[in-house]
Design a protein around this ligand. Sequence first.
Ligand SMILES: [Zn+2]
Length: 121
Amino acid sequence: MLIRKAFKFEMRPNGEQQHKINQFCGCSRFVFNKALDCKSAWLGGYLLAVNPKNTSRTCPCCGHIAKENRQTQANFECVECGYTENADVVGAMNVLRAGHAQFACEVNLIRGQQQEPTEVS
Ligand SMILES: [Zn+2]
């Protein structure tokens, strides 16, 4: 019987290598955002950049923000209300919510009104 084992290797870059990795990731993110901006302008869309802070730690159900909400890289479980979901889905939901709030503020500024964003019930 053939037994196959999977080995997990851990990469431990030194300071210079980590700098190069960060530089590469930054360039990739810039190119992706630029391409997304061009595509949305070409197709008549609108691109908003939102602050990603706490988007993976915020519960979309009750709004509780805690590092403990995200026990693993893949799973999200709110310590306050018990809401569970895939962590990437939760991050996407929170980014979408932040984008809606930011867009609402910009539209109100264009119209000459200033209103704080409100939570969607
Ligand atoms: Zn919650």
